[in-house]
Design a protein around this ligand. Structure first.
Ligand SMILES: [Zn+2]
Length: 119
């Protein structure tokens, strides 16, 4: 195989590195969600009107939001691996134009070219 195969290997390496980082971040974020949930139920047991309650709500929505966005990015990563397997990696899923090497280097799981992503 020629250069395209080498590019696929590189993409696969980038994607598996990204996935490992996302999974580690997700594990941390899920722990944080559990901690906040536990703290909240303790706070509720003590006093429903505890001023700490609103801080904990903010913490919960922040950590929960982080979990949601990391899960979305893991799904994007899995979809990029599937495109790699299908031979369509690096092609914009919307317009069919190349996503671009610079963009893929910065964000290996990018599904859209710059033009489509900014639309
Ligand atoms: Zn596009």
């Amino acid at each position: 195989m020629g250069p395209p195969h080498e590019l696929d290997d590189e993409a696969r390496t980038l994607l598996s590195g990204e996935r490992a980082a996302l999974e580690a971040g997700l594990a941390d974020a899920e722990h944080a969600v559990d901690d906040v949930r536990r703290a909240r139920s303790d706070a509720d047991a003590d006093d429903e009107h505890d001023p700490e309650g609103s801080t904990l709500s903010q913490q919960w929505s922040h950590t929960h939001g982080l979990v949601v966005s990391l899960r979305e990015r893991l799904a994007e990563n899995a979809a990029a691996v599937a495109r790699l397997d299908a031979g369509t990696y690096g092609v914009c899923v919307r317009c069919g134009q190349p996503v671009g090497a610079a963009r893929l280097g910065a964000r290996p799981s990018a599904a859209l070219c710059v033009a489509c992503a900014s639309r």
